[in-house]
Write a protein that binds this ligand. Structure first.
Ligand code: ATP
Ligand code: MG
Length: 257
């Protein structure tokens, strides 16, 4: 298997690590049939790729063979942001190469320098990936991945911009909706929940990302969080929360686009 080096791996604060760990554990409780998990959001820049990447990394680091598929074909930032490069200096291949029939699925899956962490990257931007996403090869790719990995995290574009995430949802066992705290209007989030419901793919939970838990609201947060109420990542509808992550300024990855 070819190797992919991730040269910039963000260091996370204790709070962010704990919140993501909670999310990882809760997803584990969703059952063995939930293997392919799509990470999406309503609008750009809410933290989908950050959450998908970090969740994938945590799953891998606890010893679960996990695959991260970058399906933001139009606008992926992962390669630049995380410094992805081929360990053997060969040309990188991505999902689009397989979906377009140019290579076998084995050739697009890379072993990374995260133990138990595998990745299918995006290598070049594609203006209109709809045909690729609707091809039978997409389902075949996920079927192959399900056979070989315990978890598959799928990073997608935002729901409000293009139909790609809805197309991808059809092939996944569940979705996680990332909401940028204090930023994304409630109506927009409601609309995304409705859109996801129509796909029949269970919404496993919401991640309230970059929440400021330093003020009075943190008392509220901790009380409910501790009592176990806060996580209502229900398969059956609109959970109030999935996990909190907090931008404490301690992470090295708080650029913001
Ligand atoms: N919890 C967090 N803590 C620190 N930095 C974060 C957090 N969430 C997101 N970021 C940063 O915010 C920026 C936007 O995040 P990211 O690229 O993951 O958003 P996105 O939803 O994938 O955007 P796009 O819609 O463009 O794909 C990035 O620089 C990312 O590193
Ligand atoms: Mg992204």
């Amino acid at each position: 298997m070819k190797e992919l080096e991730i040269s910039r791996i963000p260091q996370l604060s204790f709070e962010v690590t704990e919140a993501l760990n909670q999310l990882r554990i809760n997803l584990g409780f969703c059952g063995d049939q939930i293997k392919t998990i799509m990470v999406t959001s309503s609008v750009p820049n809410e933290g989908k790729s950050f959450i998908a990447m970090q969740l994938w990394r945590m799953m891998a680091e606890v010893g679960t063979p996990s695959l991260l598929i970058d399906c933001d074909f139009r606008n992926s930032e992962m390669r630049r942001k995380y410094g992805l490069h081929s360990a053997d200096k060969e040309k990188l291949l991505g999902a689009a190469h397989y979906l377009a029939g140019k290579t076998d699925v084995q050739n697009i899956i890379y072993k990374t320098n995260i133990p138990n962490g595998y990745m299918i990257p995006v290598t070049t931007a594609i203006v209109n990936p709809t045909i690729l996403l609707e091809s039978a090869n997409f389902a075949r790719m996920l079927d192959y991945c399900k056979e070989h990995f315990a978890y598959i995290l799928v990073d997608t574009p935002p729901l409000a911009s293009v139909a790609d995430a809805l197309n991808i949802a059809r092939y996944c066992d569940g979705s996680v909706l990332v909401v940028r705290s204090g930023d994304t209007p409630r109506k927009v989030v409601d609309n995304s929940v409705q859109m996801l419901r129509r796909t029949d793919t269970p919404l496993l939970g919401l991640v309230l990302n970059r929440a400021d838990v330093s003020g009075r609201s943190s008392v509220y947060y901790h009380r409910y969080y501790r009592s176990g109420y806060y996580y209502k990542g229900s398969r059956y509808g609109y959970g109030y929360g999935g996990s909190h992550t907090r931008d404490t300024g301690k992470t090295t990855d708080n650029g913001g686009k």
